[in-house]
Design a protein around this ligand. Structure first.
Ligand code: NAD
Ligand code: UGA
Length: 465
């Protein structure tokens, strides 16, 4: 089957960029991205393309090129489903916040809603592609919903997990390490796989397109995220030992990374990993393992999360201890709020937990992030429900000028590794701070020798400087 009409349900961090690339690389395919969130769709259609709801380097240019030609953003979900031959499900799959599996299992209610909607609308055969990250064997549930609608339409379900990282989404999509497609071994399953392979083959070399059975594909996605997060927790575990022993975690990372079996990537020690997926996907993996009675497997992966929580807490408590065991009434400047640089996404950002800890210690926090607005910072804190919204607004201020954020502060904490932080006039920042002036570099991005020469007391993660 030659695909000429694609619908993607979910115009988020995955659906938006992924479909923009498909539209750019496949001018013969009409791509419609739909979402229930009307505000988000309005933003995707904003005349000024810089106002699209997701900040990713290179994305606005792509959208500007394809939007209105063969890329469309709409709230008309039913219409787009009806017209498409292939439907991507790219909706969110957060951790459950209620009921059985609360705090661990993936909440699949949005996925199920999509399946029911597709089942209700479809009048001809369709290929349904799982783009969201899902527990292994979810395709079974989707199939059961789709096949019991009684209208005689046939569906093929493919698993096609997304491996893009935020901040580099466009590059990751243009040149993926691999594209993974899982499908059934039946002739119809193989035909569906081929239809999706043909879409990607417009820009991805054939040898990078892997095809597997559905369960391997679903489980590979959880496995990839678990391995990546485990590397961060592993190097963060070593960072604490480095601080005690006089070893330097950057030197250790370099030394082990040169072993080609280990490799140099994903060995940056930090204040802890954040982002919408690592924690949620590992918790989901732990839940799945437990549900099969595999307790050792579950405990093994849970440790990655335990280590990460420890790293965030350790960073915050070190600030309090260093500032003479009290931050009450002291101004702490946060540079960065996003969970990593080059994104406006703040989900599960370490900054949220560090600030929560410091607010409990009655600190006054001032925040600057080049891409995150005040509304987002406050809603991230309110979401924790640690204290009333009024108290959050008393304890935290968000400003648009980094120098104002640092003015009068007792300490500056680096929470996100934005490049521009390196280039600031640190002498000016120093001159306007309380003395002694402390810097807690949670990302190890600053030149500690230069800052030390200015007069700062700098603490990095995983070294004693
Ligand atoms: P997101 O929250 O940014 O976007 C999901 C969108 O789906 C939202 O805009 C929501 O309104 C919409 N939606 C939910 N239910 C809907 C429905 N029934 N009909 C129409 N729209 C609906 O989420 P995201 O970050 O794009 O993640 C989506 C999935 O992709 C998740 O499973 C995630 O684990 C996975 N993933 C995310 C990333 C990433 O970098 N963010 C990378 C790889 C995989
Ligand atoms: C991650 C994976 O890298 C993607 O392959 C995957 O598709 C995605 O999750 C997903 O499923 O959502 P993302 O979370 O966007 O992508 O960003 P990463 O670059 O993986 O960073 C995650 C967190 O780990 C960030 O807070 C980052 O600062 C931190 N990190 C990363 C470190 O602390 N040290 C490192 O060496 C690398």
């Amino acid at each position: 089957m030659k695909i000429t009409n694609i619908c993607c349900i979910g115009a988020g961090y995955v659906g938006g960029p992924t479909m923009a690339i498909i539209a750019q690389k496949c001018p013969h395919i009409k791509v419609t991205v739909v979402d229930l969130n009307a505000e988000r769709i309005v933003a995707w259609n904003d005349e000024n393309v810089e106002n699209i709801p997701i900040y990713e380097p290179g994305l606005s240019g792509l959208v500007a090129e394809a939007r209105g030609r063969n890329l469309f953003f709409s709230t008309e979900v039913d219409k787009a489903i009806d017209e498409a031959q292939m439907i991507f499900i790219s909706v969110n799959t957060p951790t459950k916040t209620y009921g059985l599996g609360k705090g661990m299992a993936a909440d699949l209610k949005y996925i199920e809603l999509c399946a029911r909607q597709i089942a209700g609308i479809a009048k001809n055969d369709k290929i349904v592609v799982e783009k969201s990250t899902l527990p292994v064997r979810t395709a079974e549930a989707i199939k059961s919903i789709l096949e019991n609608t009684g209208n005689g339409v046939h569906f093929q379900i493919l698993s096609n997990p997304e491996f893009l990282a935020e901040g580099t989404a466009v590059q990751d999509l243009l040149q993926p390490d691999r594209v993974l497609i899982g499908g059934e071994s039946s002739p119809e399953g193989q035909e569906a796989i081929q239809a999706l392979v043909d879409v990607y083959a417009n820009w991805v070399p054939q040898e990078r397109i892997l095809t597997t059975n559905v369960w391997s594909s679903e489980l590979s996605k959880l496995t990839a995220n678990a391995f990546l997060a485990q590397r961060v927790s592993s190097i963060n575990a070593m960072s604490e030992l480095c601080e005690k022993t006089g070893a330097d975690v950057n030197e250790v990372a370099r030394a082990i990374g040169m072993d080609s079996r280990i490799g140099p990537k994903f060995l940056k020690s930090s204040v802890g990993f954040g982002g919408s997926c690592f924690q949620k996907d590992i918790l989901n993996l732990v839940y799945i393992a437990k549900s099969y009675g595999l307790h050792e497997v579950a405990d093994y992966w849970e440790q990655v999360i335990i280590m990460n929580d420890h790293q965030k807490r350790r960073f915050a408590s070190n600030i309090v201890q260093t500032l003479y065991n009290t931050v009450s009434g002291k101004k702490i400047a946060f540079l960065g709020w996003a969970f990593k640089k080059d994104t406006n996404d703040t989900r599960e950002s370490a900054a949220i937990y560090v600030s929560d800890y410091l607010l409990n210690e009655q600190a006054n926090i001032a925040v600057f992030d080049p891409q995150v607005k005040e509304k987002q910072v406050l809603s991230d804190l309110d979401y924790l429900q640690t204290r009333s919204p009024e108290l959050n607004r008393k304890g935290i201020q968000v400003m648009e000028d980094p120098y104002e954020v640092c003015r009068g502060a007792h300490a500056v904490a680096i929470l996100t590794e934005w490049d521009e932080f390196r280039e600031y006039d640190w002498q000016k920042i120093y001159d306007n701070m309380q003395k002694p002036a402390f810097v807690f570099d949670g990302r190890n991005i600053l030149d500690t020798a230069k800052l030390g020469a200015i007069g700062f007391i700098v603490q990095s993660v995983g070294s004693t400087n």
